[in-house]
Every structure is written in C-alpha cells, then in structure tokens.
Design a binder for this molecule. Structure first.
Ligand SMILES: Cc1cc2nc3c(=O)[nH]c(=O)nc-3n(C[C@H](O)[C@H](O)[C@H](O)COP(=O)(O)OP(=O)(O)OC[C@H]3O[C@@H](n4cnc5c(N)ncnc54)[C@H](O)[C@@H]3O)c2cc1C
Length: 451
C-alpha cells in the first residue's frame, strides 16, 4: 500500500485531488496532513481575494492560465468565487527604454495576451478585450470610480479577474472530500527522518511516526523546517491591509478592475462584502531564525521562517509597509485616505530565484517530492495545477507545455551562493528588508537596501 502525505494549500490540495482522480493511484492510500484546522488562516492560499490573470511576461504561465481560466469561468468560479472585472496593469513613472523591469514585464505581458492568447485589442464598448491606456487620462477613464491618480500608462485586460481565495479552496476541498479517497488529518509535522537516500518516517507533534512510499511536501513558506532549501527558495513576508467600506462605496468600487502598479508592486483588488484590500507584490521581508537543520540532526541553520498572527496575535505590518499601503490608497482612492485599517496581515511567499515554482523529486531522497516556491503567483492555477504536479510525480509529459514547465520547475543544478533567496522576478518595494528591523522602526522611516 502506498501512502502520500501532503499539506493543504494550493499545491497540496490540488495534488490530492489529481491523485484521487487517477486510475494509477486507485489502490493508493492518500493522507493529507495540515497543521491547523482547514482553512489554515495564515496559509498563503487563504485570503479574501487573489488575482486571476493570464498577463504574464513568460508565455508558459500565460498558456497554463489559458488552461485554468475556463474552470474559473465555469463551476469552479461559480457562486461568486470568480469575478471577471478586468485587470488594469499600470506604470506610474520610470523610463520606457525596455531596461526597466516593470516596463519590460508590462510590454511582454501585453505581447503575450495579444499574440499567444489572441485577445482582441480595442475599446471594451467596441468589443475589445484588451485596451491600451496610453495616457494618465486613459488610466483615469477605466478607474474613474476610484477618483484618484491611478497611473500614467498601461493596459487593461477585461478578460482577467479575481477570485475569492478562501471560497475557491473550500470548493476544491469539498471536491476532494467527495472522491472519498483522501484521509484528512489536522496534525503538524515536526520533522522528516531521513535515511541516506529516502525519507524513512514523517514525525507528527506528539511523536507519532508515519511511513510513506511517497511523501509530497507542499508546506509553502514553511518548507525550510522540513527540508534544506537554502539558496533555492526562501520565505518572504508580504504586506496586506484591509478597510471596511460602506454599501455605497461597495456598489461604486465593486465592479472595478483590479489595479496593479508595476512601478511599486502595489495593488487594490475590488472590494467584496464591504471589505477593501490594499497590498504589495514586493521583495518582502526575510525573517531569519536559527532552526534545527532539517536533514542533519544536531546541526542548525539560519533561514527565513514565516511569522504570522498564529505565532503572535498582535503582529501587524511594519511601518514602511503600512505607509506604502496608506500612500497608495490615498493616491488612488482619496475619499478613503484616512479610513483606518480594520486588519493587517503579513502573508508569506515561498520565493525562488526567478519566480518559477519548485515541483520536483528531491535529488537525494528518492521518495520525497516537493511542490512549493509559489513566488506570489500560484493561486490562479488552483483548478489545474494538481494535474501538472501529478504528471511530474509520474514522470509524464502530456504535451509540450508540460515538458517546458517540468524544466522550469525542476530541482536546480546549483544553489545560489546566498542562503536567502531574493528573487530577480519583477517586484515592488526594496530588496533585503529584515522583518524585526522593520517592525522596530518608527512610522515613516525609510528602509535601507541590503543589496
Ligand atoms: C499576499 C499574497 C498575495 C498573493 N496574490 C496572488 C494573486 O493575486 N494571484 C495568484 O495567483 N497568487 C497569489 N499569491 C500566491 C499564492 O497565494 C501562493 O503561491 C499559493 O497560495 C501557495 O500555495 P502553497 O500550497 O505553496 O502554500 P500555503 O497555502 O501556505 O500552504 C501550505 C500549507 O502547509 C501547512 N503547513 C506548513 N507547515 C506544516 C507542517 N509542519 N505540518 C503540517 N502542515 C503544515 C500550512 O498550514 C499551509 O496550509 C499571493 C500570495 C500572497 C501571500
């Protein structure tokens, strides 16, 4: 009997579903372990909203989204789980030479949605799916109800949208439950016991040891507790802030496109249930801590580990992140400039060098498969990513895209020299911030770069 241990975020849950669907695994016992009762409130996959877009500079992810999008437009996204209100990608400043990373991303993404996905360029009222926004007035036109200064140029893709992230995860969880094939357990894994070339046992809090023919590890930003990913993937904390709005404001702002500024990584997803969210797709904070070496008992390593409200209920965002969210809100929606946050959150990415995920067998432990490194952009693939993961578990390439993705996601031949991975992927904010240092700063202090 085979035995699979997974975790319950986007990667773990979707893999469990795909395993449960395949004939090859019909005699396999599948167990899904999750440290908190589902839905884990601090998991990256659980939130009010996530952007669903094919707007990628890398055509492979645009193609994968073309696979996922019909699901969001169908049952998966029904009952309000998906809203197709568009995505307005803008630049606020910066040159247009093509050397500027934000500008490059925007131009490449536009090129891909036009040429690879065949979206029609033109005004929406004339049947266009992608509208070029060449002046600040064009940006103001599509963000009129926000009433502020939302950017200088960019484009809006009316075929993009956003999902109610928690509702999407609940929907998939129900689908997994309905297969009757997966055993769910709320149990924190404390460590994996490694033999020379395999995982011998999975130890749970309380000491229980599980054995498995295959262990699929999908613990998101918490991976470094269980496997050594130094120089391969690192946890980075991202800022989010929420405000309550009135019904009138909900009605006015609710149908807007998501606004994403490539210059600073700030974004505003349209409000749901009278809650509006401002956040930053940034380099994030590292939270370096000394921790037992996951593979060599008796040794320690220093790695960034998530710190969330589960660890410290009073944890709020650092002053620089607070200011970034506040300034962006005031600039784009001036009428909400002074509305206090009802909640803030630091949500943890697992960041890789160039933003490609890590979905691969471990090169040393032959019964260990890892699925992580979401790099802040994996949620949108929830309906289809499990199938692609299981293809790689099986060593199958179902099509050209699968072969290409398999190469992007494989265990890297070399680790980066620096243990902490600061991604080269496009991001806003400053590279190199340390969480404790930023939390200790007084309001408004400008963070130093550690590059
Ligand atoms: C602020 C923010 C905004 C984002 N915006 C977008 C977006 O707009 N669009 C998009 O597509 N993507 C977005 N993403 C990225 C997307 O949400 C992530 O890539 C994806 O959710 C990662 O899934 P995961 O399964 O790797 O991690 P997680 O969802 O974090 O799941 C890991 C799970 O493992 C569990 N776990 C950890 N350690 C243990 C243990 N020892 N034992 C048992 N269980 C354990 C955790 O409790 C958790 O449930 C965003 C992410 C963040 C943080």
């Amino acid at each position: 009997m085979l035995y699979h241990a997974l975790r319950s975020g986007v990667f773990g849950l979707s893999t469990a579903y795909a395993l449960a669907q395949r004939d090859a695994f019909k005699n396999t016992s599948i167990t899904l372990l999750e440290r908190l009762d589902f839905p884990a409130p601090d998991a990256a996959s659980i939130d009010s909203s996530r952007i669903i877009r094919p707007d990628y500079a890398d055509p492979a992810y645009a193609a994968l989204m073309a696979e996922a999008h019909p699901h969001w437009r169908g049952d998966f996204g029904a009952e309000g789980r998906y809203s197709e209100a568009g995505l307005c990608l803008v630049q606020d400043s910066g040159d247009e030479s093509g050397d500027n990373a934000a500008h490059y991303y925007l131009i490449k993404a536009l090129e891909n949605v036009k040429s690879k996905l065949g979206l029609k360029v033109g005004r929406r009222e004339e049947g266009g799916q992608v509208e070029l926004l060449e002046t600040p007035d064009d940006v103001a036109r599509v963000t009129a109800s926000m009433g502020g200064d939302c950017g200088r140029r960019g484009y809006v893709n009316w075929t993009s949208g956003w999902a109610d992230a928690e509702a999407g995860m609940r929907y998939l969880r129900k689908s997994v439950e309905s297969t009757g094939r997966v055993q769910f357990r709320t149990a924190k894994v404390t460590r994996l016991h490694y033999d020379k070339d395999r995982v011998e046992t999975v130890e749970l809090v309380g000491g229980e040891q599980l054995t498995a023919d295959l262990v699929v590890l999908a613990t998101g930003a918490w991976m470094q507790k269980l496997v050594d990913l130094r120089g391969i993937a690192s946890a980075t904390g991202q800022v989010l802030a929420y405000i309550d709005i009135t019904q009138e404001e909900q009605d006015r702002l609710g149908g807007n496109p998501t606004l994403l500024c490539e210059t600073n990584g700030m974004f505003i997803i349209p409000p749901r249930d009278r809650v509006l969210k401002v956040a930053r797709h940034g380099y994030g904070y590292a939270n370096p801590k000394t921790s037992p070496h996951p593979e060599r008992p008796g040794e320690t390593i220093k790695v960034s580990l998530p710190r969330t409200k589960q660890d410290d209920p009073n944890l709020n965002i650092a002053p620089e992140g607070d200011k970034a969210c506040r300034d962006y809100l005031a600039k784009c929606i001036p009428s909400l400039a002074t509305r206090p946050w009802t909640q803030t959150r630091i949500c943890w990415y697992s960041d890789t060098p160039v933003g490609d995920w890590l979905i691969s067998y471990h090169p040393t432990y032959r019964n260990l498969f890892v699925a992580t490194g979401g790099s802040g952009h994996a949620y949108k693939f929830l309906p289809v990513i499990g199938e692609r993961i299981v293809d790689l578990v099986m060593g199958e390439e179902r099509d050209e895209l699968g072969a290409e993705l398999g190469k992007k996601w494989k265990w890297p031949a070399q680790r980066r020299e620096e243990d902490q991975v600061w991604t080269d992927d496009w991001r806003g904010g400053v590279k190199g911030m340390i969480l404790d240092e930023e939390l200790a700063k007084v309001d408004g202090a400008v963070p130093r770069s550690r590059l």
